[in-house]
Design a protein around this ligand. Structure first.
Ligand code: GLA
Length: 386
């Protein structure tokens, strides 16, 4: 395995173990996770593989086969660029230590405190595609440390530590969806999650037996300002919830009444979040009933809502979605945070070529580089490989 050879080359020993965590794509339930709502992502066949050995001296040595120079961090605060996602997980798990130590005093402790590590990373999530390569990196590191230091964390606790790494250390105020999908995904299934209770259920999502494919259309663009926009959307939602006197937009039960009390951005954001939660529930109902082909119209409705009410789409995503539907897709929507990244399209096997042609043609007409288009199937979540 490439990552093991690189580990030997870099550190002159065998790694203590090799772990893998996948990227994710979200079927439906967008910008709902930080509103305590519902999401339905699944783990992808692409992800991040890490060869890791623990170190007792607290030092962190990192090498990525996709990035330049290896780095050595005597302290976590020295981390820059991609290394921050790794360092952030160390920080989150070290901070969890005191709680654990208290447990230990009461005789229920687990593991020893997190020291340092030698790490080599190899990833194949298409980057900048909005498919959560950063969550995969966080979760693979959390999964490795959990085993190496005997922390006894559940998969959800690893996902939460990974989210804390991103919120507190990297400074991106993301929700829990991406890390949870990476940690808890199962082959052939989508992960339904209630982001308030953190309850999850793996829902069978077998496209092939229905003669369907889910195509990912990677626009290849990532618009500037996107990062600040995410935080602003979150604020809009929190402000709207405060005006309505509810803990989170998840709690809005009378949408018409709520909209009558709001205006402007807060009104639009609320309309999206509340209807998107209903769409997730409707998709779950259809999947349970075996009506996989019928979810297309809900994907379309989700896209329009993200475009017009939540305002996180962009021209490249809109063209991808519209041209996919024109080419015969049963439904399509932007997926992930927005402002670039990827769209998904649900397509019957015999329409895949015409959808590809339609999307590629629409991009060519505008003088845009051809988007990458590939089918996605639900894969297993984080796991040990060696
Ligand atoms: C990003 C965040 C997620 C989620 C999506 C939008 O991927 O990391 O937590 O909020 O955007 O659904």
């Amino acid at each position: 395995m490439r990552v093991v050879e690189a580990f030997r080359d870099s550190y002159g020993t065998e790694p203590a173990g090799v772990w893998h965590a996948p990227g994710r794509v979200n079927l439906i339930g967008e910008h709902t996770d930080y509103n305590d709502g519902f999401v339905l992502p699944f783990a992808l066949p692409w992800g991040v593989t890490a060869a890791v050995s623990p170190r007792e001296d607290g030092v962190l040595r990192l090498r990525s086969l996709q990035a330049g120079e290896p780095v050595t961090l005597a302290t976590l605060d020295e981390a820059e660029g991609w290394a921050r996602y790794v360092a952030g997980v160390f920080r989150a798990l070290r901070q969890a230590g005191p709680e654990r130590d208290r447990g230990q005093e009461q005789g229920q402790g687990r593991g020893r405190s997190v020291g340092g590590a030698d790490v080599v990373i190899d990833g194949d999530v298409p980057r900048g595609a909005g498919l959560s390569s950063s969550a995969a990196l966080e979760v693979v590191v959390g999964t490795a440390l959990n085993e190496l230091y005997g922390l006894g964390l559940t998969r959800m606790e690893i996902a939460l530590a990974a989210q804390r790494a991103e919120n507190d250390f990297v400074g991106m105020p993301c929700g829990i969806m991406d890390q949870a999908a990476s940690a808890l995904g199962e082959e052939g299934k989508a992960l339904f999650m209630d982001c308030r209770s953190l309850g999850t259920r793996n829902i069978p999502f077998d496209l092939a037996s229905h003669g369907l494919q889910l195509l990912i259309i990677n626009t290849g663009v990532h618009h500037e300002l996107a990062d600040g926009q995410y935080a602003r959307r979150r604020k809009d939602c929190e402000n709207a919830a405060r005006h309505l006197g509810v803990d989170a937009l998840r709690d809005v039960t009378d949408l018409a009444g709520a909209l009558a009390r709001l205006s402007g951005d807060e009104r639009r954001r609320t309309q999206h979040v509340v209807t998107e939660n209903h769409r997730v529930e409707a998709v779950i109902g259809m999947l349970r009933a075996g009506a996989v082909r019928e979810i297309g119209s809900l994907l379309n409705a989700s896209h329009l809502s993200l475009r017009d009410q939540f305002e996180v789409s962009c021209a490249e995503l809109d063209v991808a979605v519209e041209s996919a539907v024109r080419g015969g897709a049963r439904g399509a929507r932007m997926t992930g945070g927005g402002f670039g990244g990827s769209a998904i399209a649900l397509v019957a096997d015999d329409r895949v070529e015409s959808v590809r042609e339609s999307v590629t043609g629409a991009y060519a007409e505008r003088g845009w580089a051809a988007p990458e288009i590939y089918p996605a199937t639900p894969a297993a979540g984080a796991r040990r490989l060696l």
